[in-house]
Design a protein around this ligand. Structure first.
Ligand code: DMJ
Length: 647
């Protein structure tokens, strides 16, 4: 039998839940009902025994203290000069002493009465309890439990209210309906695909992070630890809003209000949680104006802060949301943190400081920037690995695809998001891109421009699907580039878009592989079996959209439509959308994962591609790396806390 932790020994009541016990699973209280009966019996027997024993105790009250915590019921000492002894052995009290003795006796008597009454009441209550049915007792326990919870709630002041800050100018949250009927038809089709993805998740994976559309059940990966944080809901919400899927949006909002709780013992990726959850919640807050999204974003951000407790301030890749303990991925070079992870926090963290008034977020990301600025860079390139303990680079591997990609993206976007006032970010971006162009960008024999990967002084002529986002980035950064190279960067963006389109066009499914080579006579095709998959990624479509916005060349809509049709044809299943394992096979197998970024990014960029430009104009919105739009902060005279110049 377990110890009667639920039974207060000094109490008279039958077991109630103490505040500490209120977090125990409910069954713990109810399953022990029989144990409680036994305890109750023991308790009542004990009380009766004490009650009886009390009257059999010798009356030594004259020389003993009634140790009940009542300081004022001290009994006089027998050697008091004012006391004598009667023949019967009773104490004779004289004068003031006699008066005191009398008073003490009265007090003693009244105490006895009180104890007697208490014990009788306890006995009576115990008897009543014993007469009650199991159901009545269960109901009573539940009432007690509710009361404890209520009291706890009253005591808990809840999250601190956030300071009122002016809502940034939110423009272009329009319907964006295109005037051309055929374009509208395509847009409607994308909306229908979003509905199928969402409805399937709603039906089979609700509350889980992602969906297994073939097994028709929830799915999660190690980036979310063992949490069930509804990643798809949070990631998809702004897309639903933009597409005008109001019922679905409401459903998602309700789930977030009622279920999204970050006090979980789960080790999550700081980067992924930042871009998908914080980015998603902030974007949804700005679009919808609903406070709940802002509050949830801030609650989560607080949980990420312990990840920065490293000797250098470069955050760990993972943090346990409950304990705050951080660590790095086991596979990362010599315990390093990853450039694309610790370098992809700036946008969200600046907004967090803006919304909370807390300088912590801004200071954390500016510290990272300053530390990087001081470091030597081999050939002007940023290696993908940096050790957070020593502050030294790990393996010299530079990439604009995985492990490096969004670091460069966020330098440019930090500048754009600051209303182009953060010139330090712009300069860092320009320098980085200049080195990348010099060392990593090449033209294949067939005339395709690609971005290779730099590994220990050697260029690998391979480009990842992830690196295809860079076409859009080059186009976005064209305006404001040094030496009036806007035309050059727009052209570079177009060339990357073309190469990535070729990587799609040269497959059987017309969907792009994870990585493709420009080597040994190969042009934009995957060689290794484990690089032939397509997991519903957005980067190529993202670049089509940026190129469309900057050029209005119809080929980008055409290419986007080809990709949308291929996804609908080969990735759609009755339970949602799935990735495919081999884009060169006419009978592909599925990976059975509907990634949350498919709803956050791929379908959003497709929808925007077939919308008019007044929906989320790029002058007013900057999309985070998970396609969550955040408004440009026109701070004017407002100084961000933490950014004040040192005195
Ligand atoms: C997304 O989660 C983000 O775009 C991230 O920056 C890298 N890639 C995935 C989707 O491919």
């Amino acid at each position: 039998m377990t110890t009667p932790a639920l039974l207060p020994l000094s109490g008279r009541r039958i077991p109630t839940l103490s505040p500490g016990a209120s977090s125990f699973p409910h069954h713990r209280a109810t399953l022990r009902l029989s144990e409680k009966f036994i305890l109750l019996l023991i308790l009542s027997a004990f009380i009766t025994l004490c009650f009886g024993a009390f009257f059999f105790l010798p009356d030594n009250s004259k020389h003993k203290r009634f140790d009940l915590g009542l300081e004022d019921v001290l009994i006089p000492h027998i050697d008091s000069p004012k006391e004598g002894k009667h023949a019967s052995g009773q104490v004779i009290i004289h004068g003031q002493g006699a008066h005191d003795e009398h008073r003490h006796r009265e007090e003693e008597e009244s105490l006895r009465d009180k104890i007697r009454a208490d014990h009788e009441r306890a006995l009576q209550e115990a008897k009543e309890k014993l007469r009650k049915s199991r159901e009545e007792l269960q109901a009573e326990i539940q009432t007690e439990k509710n009361k404890v919870m209520e009291d706890l709630k009253k005591k808990d002041p809840g999250p601190k209210p956030l300071p009122p800050v002016p809502m940034p100018r939110v423009v272009g949250v329009s319907d964006g309906e295109p005037p051309e009927p055929d374009v509208k038809e395509k847009r409607d089709k994308i909306r229908e695909m979003m509905k199928h993805a969402w409805d399937s998740y709603r039906q089979y994976g609700w509350g889980h992070n992602e969906l297994k559309p073939l097994a028709k059940k929830g799915h999660s990966t190690n980036i979310f630890g063992n949490s069930q944080l509804g990643a798809t809901i949070v990631d998809a919400l702004d897309t639903l809003y933009i597409m005008g899927l109001h019922e679905e949006f409401k459903d998602g909002q309700e789930w977030i209000e009622q279920n999204l709780d970050f006090s979980v013992n789960a080790e999550v990726s700081v980067f992924e949680v930042n871009i998908r959850f914080i980015g998603g919640l902030l974007a949804t807050y700005y679009l919808s104006g609903q406070e709940v999204f802002k509050l949830k974003a801030v609650q989560l951000a607080e949980k990420l802060l312990p990840a920065f407790n490293t000797p250098t301030g470069i955050p760990w890749a993972m943090v346990n949301l409950k304990s705050g303990v951080g660590r790095n991925w086991g596979w990362a070079s010599a315990g390093s943190s990853i450039l694309a992870e610790f370098g992809t926090l700036h946008m969200e963290f600046v907004h967090l400081t803006y919304l909370t008034g807390s300088p912590a977020y801004y200071q954390k990301v500016m510290h990272i920037r300053k530390l990087l600025a001081k470091m030597d860079r081999p050939n002007g390139l940023y290696p993908n690995y940096l050790n957070p303990r020593t502050g030294r680079w790990g393996q010299h591997h530079t990439s604009v695809g995985g492990l490096g990609d969004s670091f460069y993206e966020y330098l440019l976007k930090a500048w754009l998001m600051s209303d182009k006032t953060d010139t330090e970010a712009r300069k860092t971006y320009d320098d980085a891109i200049e080195a990348i162009e010099r060392h990593l960008v090449r033209k294949s024999n067939g005339g395709l421009t690609f971005i290779g990967e730099w590994k220990n002084g050697h260029l690998e002529r391979k480009m990842g699907h992830l690196a295809c986002f860079a076409g859009g980035m080059f186009a976005l950064g064209a305006d404001g580039s040094p030496d009036d190279k806007a035309g050059h960067y727009l052209q570079l963006g177009a060339e990357i878009a073309h190469t990535c389109h070729e990587s799609y066009d040269r497959t059987v499914l017309k969907l792009g592989p994870e990585a493709f080579k420009f080597d040994s006579g190969l042009e934009a095709v995957a060689v290794r079996q484990n690089e032939k998959y397509y997991i519903l990624r957005p980067e190529v479509i993202e670049t089509y959209w940026y190129m469309w916005r900057f050029t209005h060349d119809p080929k980008y809509r055409q290419w986007g439509w080809e990709a949308a049709q291929a996804i609908d044809k080969y990735c759609r299943v009755s339970g949602g959308f799935s990735g495919v394992k081999d884009v060169y096979s006419s009978s592909p197998t599925y990976d059975d994962v509907q990634q949350s970024f498919f709803l956050a990014e791929t379908l959003k960029y497709l929808y925007l591609l077939f919308s008019s430009d007044d929906l989320l104009p790029l002058e007013s919105w900057v999309f985070n790396t998970e396609a969550h739009p955040l408004p440009v902060l026109h701070l004017g005279n407002i100084t961000l806390p933490g950014s004040e110049p040192a005195q």
